[in-house]
Design a protein around this ligand. Sequence first.
Ligand code: HH2
Length: 280
Amino acid sequence: MPETNPLLHPTRPFTLMGVLNVTPDSFSDGGRYADPSLAIERGLALRALGADWVDVGGESTRPGSEPVGAEEELRRILPVVQSLVAQGVPVSIDTYRASVAEAAVGAGAGLVNDISAFSDPAMAPLVARAGVAALLMHMQGSPKNMQKSPHYSDVVLEVRAFLAGRLEAAERQGVPRARLGVDPGIGFGKSIEHNLALLGRLRELTDLGAPVAVGVSRKSFLGAITGNPDPGGRLAASLSAAVCAYQQGARLFRVHDLKETRDALMAAEAVKSHDPRSAD
Ligand code: HH2
């Protein structure tokens, strides 16, 4: 029997990652969960609402954000990871720093969500050694400068080639593909057109041998399309984009609104299962 990928829900055709930003400045929930006890409470609520993973992040990566440094990132995330793990919550750590990932994995996190796809040379060896899962995301530039003037000749082909290369590199360093997922990095060094091209042609990423994740939840391109400057007003657009991505083969969804996304994807799945042309 083929090994099941630990990123994926064992029976449901979609997997939900609940966003938990333990930061003062994240674009949607910044500051709300900066206090560890509030963050832990939110993590438990996300799990109760249906999160398969609670994705804990200690540094905002919104466009224009400054890095905070490993020490501060660790100070923010570690008590939250420890407490959630102790209470049986599957934890994903959203970091590109191997030192932060190492501490979180040591505390029991089972998934490393790396927006830089193992740019830290110590990250792949750590993931290989620890036997945990990892999500590799594409980004052009760095959070500080990525939205200045993103440029591609064909964004889908370039993102695809990048992710294929990172998967191969990870495998060479001892992380099997069966423990990896890929993410096109919606909003990370991409214009609205680039985001839409990636979502509209997401199917082109589904044959890389690793499940495709997307993070569209409340993002600014949805605000621009619908005229909703407030991230909290982007729920309907977020659900619609998630369903479109699901129909194109996405299997993991990093979201703020758990129950709403779960319901939307369950309805999409119910309809899809009655479509005789649906292959997957
Ligand atoms: N988006 C954000 C952060 N991490 N990880 C993956 N794999 N995919 C994404 O699209 C993704 C991600 C940005 O959103 P958020 O965490 O809500 O905000 P901030 O970066 O301001 O903390």
